[in-house]
Design a protein around this ligand. Structure first.
Ligand code: ADP
Ligand code: MG
Length: 258
């Protein structure tokens, strides 16, 4: 089967994500206070931090769902400030997002959900779209029969995988995962680490995930950013971070381990 992306654009960037001096507040609540972050192209990168440290907001700022009050956000080399609707649409096609709650349309089957972005952004015929959907389904670790089910008929683990399959529909250069294993029992979460590694080998997408899952953090990520106090407190490999003496990082690591 052809693996060509009908919407492929030549890549010309070193950093998949570049954030400089990002400030974000909600009323009196300061969430990001001069935050800097660089995520390299092709990297598997995780963002960790305590509850309320601004992880989800950061992700929303990367995928054009929230605009920071000030600072620069560049995604795939494109500055999101003053981006045109046309540029935004083309950027969205290059990014796949797996939302925490799945975000699938309840009135569509899994196969129809996966096919939706292809129908919207390509000229492919129904047969080809179904073929691609079947391939993404299997790539995400689901059996072909799952394609005919509706989201409400799926277990938590299957729902996450179906959401991943849809995020992969357009062969994204950049894949965002919000808590890919949260709420799953170990049996359902198991295998996602190998699956993500396999995916990365196949396409080399940049993967940005928010996760507390130590297995994913240690087994899959190249580098991790620790968020706290409105900033990125530290960035490094898990090995490097686990050596740091910074109290917030220590708390986080001890807490996450405990
Ligand atoms: P995390 O994902 O790390 O738990 P969030 O990014 O969701 O943190 O939230 C960071 C802080 O910003 C929290 O205190 C949260 O209540 C607040 N916040 C997030 N989104 C909004 C919003 N739309 N309106 C008001 N406050 C918000
Ligand atoms: Mg969150």
């Amino acid at each position: 089967m052809s693996e060509e992306n009908p919407t492929a654009t030549p890549a010309s960037y070193d950093y998949a994500i570049e954030m400089q001096q990002v400030c974000t507040r909600f009323g009196d609540k300061v969430v990001h206070e001069g935050l800097d972050l660089q995520i390299r192209r092709g990297e598997i990168f995780a963002i960790v931090g305590g509850s309320g440290s601004g992880k989800s907001t950061l992700l929303r700022e990367m995928i054009l769902l929230h605009k920071p009050d000030s600072g620069t956000v560049k995604v795939l080399g494109i500055d999101l400030a003053g981006i045109s609707d046309e540029q935004a649409s083309s950027l969205r096609q290059r990014c796949g997002v797996m939302f925490q709650k799945g975000g699938l349309f309840g009135t569509l089957t899994v196969t129809e959900n996966i096919g939706l972005p292809l129908r919207e952004h390509s000229e492919l015929d129904d047969g080809s779209i179904d073929e691609i959907a079947a391939w993404k389904l299997s790539l995400s670790g689901l059996k072909p029969e799952a394609g005919g089910l509706y989201p409400t008929e799926l277990s938590g683990g299957m729902l996450k995988r179906a959401a991943l399959a849809r995020a992969l529909a357009l062969d994204p250069e950049l894949l965002f995962l919000d808590e890919p294993t949260a709420g799953l029992d170990p049996a359902s979460a198991g295998g996602l680490d190998a699956l993500l590694r396999h995916l990365h080998q196949l396409y080399q997408p940049t993967i940005v995930m928010i996760t507390h899952d130590l297995d994913l953090l240690w087994q899959v990520t190249h580098r991790v950013a620790v968020l706290g106090e409105g900033k990125v407190l530290a960035v490094g490999t898990m090995e490097e971070l686990s050596q740091l003496q910074h109290p917030v990082i220590r708390d986080y690591f001890d807490g996450a381990r405990g």
